[in-house]
Design a protein. Structure first.
Length: 234
């Protein structure tokens, strides 16, 4: 392995801080911003905070375990060092070999300790990143609440009506703009909404237009036959 390359890479990594988390832009636009109503945005923030809070507890436990394991490794190293001192006082045929074996075990324990320290640093870095996300989400929550008031319960009927109307209306508008057909599942979903939902009114109106066009096309297709029968009856 090239030492020069490793040093170059280490230099790049040292000067290029890349937090292991979503960017604040991603959180604002794709986690919070994708929700169609303010209440839905609050619910989304709460779900994200709940997930991150659980993750914080996991990392805190891992870091506590790592701290204890480091202490245990120090004890093991000290124990082997004392074995070396005891062995050195002996004058036996395998004393030198026993000491070499103990020294190898110490090196292995030290490498294990270094690996554990690196893992703990990574966990601590991830924990800091998650806390940054939580701070941003909490600030977003407070900002929305300051504009619309407190978050409603998830089963609040009016809030649910508003959310689903806006969500499905957005999809309806995209399909119309892109001239995509309304698939049956989408129509079934919309028809389950309350009758005063704007998106349901649009879908019902569109279905009515399609039915009228079908009837008109059928009449136009049958017109030659009707005219032919009329001529034959004369």
């Amino acid at each position: 392995m090239s030492t020069e390359l490793i040093e170059k890479v280490d230099g790049i990594l040292k000067n290029a801080e890349m937090p292991d988390r979503h960017t604040f832009f991603q959180i604002e636009k794709f986690i919070i911003g994708k929700e169609p109503t303010a209440q839905a945005q609050l619910w989304a923030i709460v779900r994200e905070l709940q997930a991150r809070r659980e993750t914080v507890e996991v990392f805190q436990k891992d870091l506590a375990d790592a701290e204890d394991n480091l202490e245990l490794l120090d004890l093991k190293i000290e124990r082997v060092n004392r074995l070396i001192k005891t062995e050195a006082e002996k004058n036996e045929p395998f004393t030198d070999l026993n000491i070499q074996e103990h020294e190898i075990n110490i090196r292995k324990l030290q490498r294990e300790k270094e690996s554990l320290v690196k893992s703990a640093r990574k966990a601590n870095k991830k924990l800091r990143a998650i806390l940054e996300e939580m701070a941003y989400l909490a600030a977003g929550f407070e900002k929305i609440v300051s504009h619309i008031g407190e978050m409603r319960p998830i089963d609040d009927e009016q809030a649910q009506k508003e959310m689903w109307n806006e969500k499905l209306l957005e999809e309806f508008n995209l399909r119309v703009i892109l001239q995509r057909p309304l698939d049956p599942e989408f129509i079934k979903t919309v028809m389950c909404l309350h009758d005063d939902a704007q998106v349901k009114k649009h879908v019902v109106a569109l279905i009515g237009q399609i039915q009228e066009k079908m009837l008109a096309d059928r009449k136009q297709a049958q017109k030659p036959q009707i005219e032919a029968k009329a001529k034959m009856s004369k």
